[in-house]
Design a protein around this ligand. Structure first.
Ligand SMILES: Nc1ncnc2c1ncn2[C@@H]1O[C@H](COP(=O)(O)OP(=O)(O)O)[C@@H](O)[C@H]1O
Ligand SMILES: [Mg+2]
Length: 311
């Protein structure tokens, strides 16, 4: 992400200042952190909020949405840790880090009890750190099996970084096993990206049964569940029908904001650049910002940063 540059106008917009206050034509991610510090435009620190992006179905946008969401939080000045739970390492890639080259993954922290600070790597975005993933993560369910307190390992590991970050964003693989159970046990909020098709329905039913099981058997109650429709194309009749069905069956969980179909996601991830940096004017970036606003309103955090508002 080192080569990312903000235009003068976008840089001002992100900081909530006037472009007239800026002298350079372009700015880097590092400049953003420095300028934010200098201007004192930092959001208030908050207790670590752990948010999990999970759906047992693959290809619904867990990785695209979670990494964009996390990048945007960091851009707004929050301290964010992304945890890549998928052995494919796509979240790592979307944030410009090669998972294959990572020396350590969450496997080391959870199974071998390596302190998590030795696993965390920096991304090119100040304030956005990553627990990378690669194929060594693929056997983690098996390794968790014989361990004591095997459902609580991730929750305990994250206690080590409770004061270092405002948000932990977890990007889950589309599987149904002990690692994802750990992720659910660690999370405050569950985000479920779905496609507006009827196949997504079966997955949702299973997911809700699992969450209900956690409440009954392990006494873990999630604070919020947000279902977010992704890659929405309103010109498709089937998409509109699926959306109506979701509105009918999951009214209390479904976010009003949908994320529209947007080809920029694929282009951005292939370059290892989050969509907000690749094209902040794109439909995808716009919709994820609106999702973020809706979620913060529901959770009770200020919708916009105070400093930005008063600018
Ligand atoms: N809103 C969207 N519009 C168009 N394509 C999308 C959108 N969100 C994700 N995609 C694409 O869909 C594919 C699967 O997305 P991904 O985030 O990897 O899903 P998951 O992590 O759930 O498997 C990727 O090729 C991605 O670029
Ligand atoms: Mg994924």
């Amino acid at each position: 992400m080192d080569h990312i540059r903000y235009s003068n106008r976008r840089f001002a917009e992100v900081l909530g200042i006037s472009p007239r206050e800026l002298s350079e034509p372009q700015y880097s991610l590092k400049d953003l952190a420095e300028m934010r510090q200098k201007l004192g435009r930092l959001p208030p620190r908050r207790p670590l909020r752990k948010q999990l992006f999970l759906n047992f179905k693959g290809g619904t946008g867990k990785t695209s949405v979670s990494t964009a969401y996390a990048f945007r939080l960091a851009e707004m000045g929050h301290r964010v840790l992304v945890i890549d739970l998928d052995s494919q390492g796509h979240a790592s890639k979307c944030l410009g880090v090669s998972g294959e080259e990572a020396e350590k993954t969450l496997f080391d922290a959870i199974i071998k009890k390596t302190p998590i600070e030795h696993v965390i790597v920096k991304t090119g975005m100040p304030g956005l750190d990553l627990v990378p993933s690669n194929l060594t993560m693929s056997t983690i369910d098996l390794s968790l099996m014989p361990l004591a307190a095997r459902e609580f390992r991730l929750r305990n590991v994250l206690k080590e970084v409770e004061s270092a970050y405002d948000y932990a964003i977890l990007d889950a693989p589309p599987s149904f096993g002990l690692l994802n159970l750990n992720a659910l046990m660690a999370a405050h909020d569950l985000f479920v990206p779905v496609l507006a098709d009827f196949l997504s329905f079966h997955g949702l039913k299973l997911l809700f049964e699992t969450v209900q099981g956690l409440e009954e058997d392990l006494e873990h109650v999630l604070d919020h569940i947000f279902i977010v429709i992704n890659a929405y194309n309103q010109t498709y009749k089937i998409a509109k029908e699926a959306k109506e069905a979701l509105e009918k069956h999951y009214p209390e969980f479904l976010l009003k904001q949908v994320i529209r179909q947007c080809t920029k996601f694929a282009q951005a991830s292939s370059e290892g650049i989050p969509i907000f940096a690749y094209d902040p004017e794109s439909k995808g970036a716009h919709d994820i910002q609106a999702v973020l606003d809706e979620v913060r309103e529901r959770i009770g955090a200020p919708v916009r940063l105070k400093a930005v508002e008063s600018a």
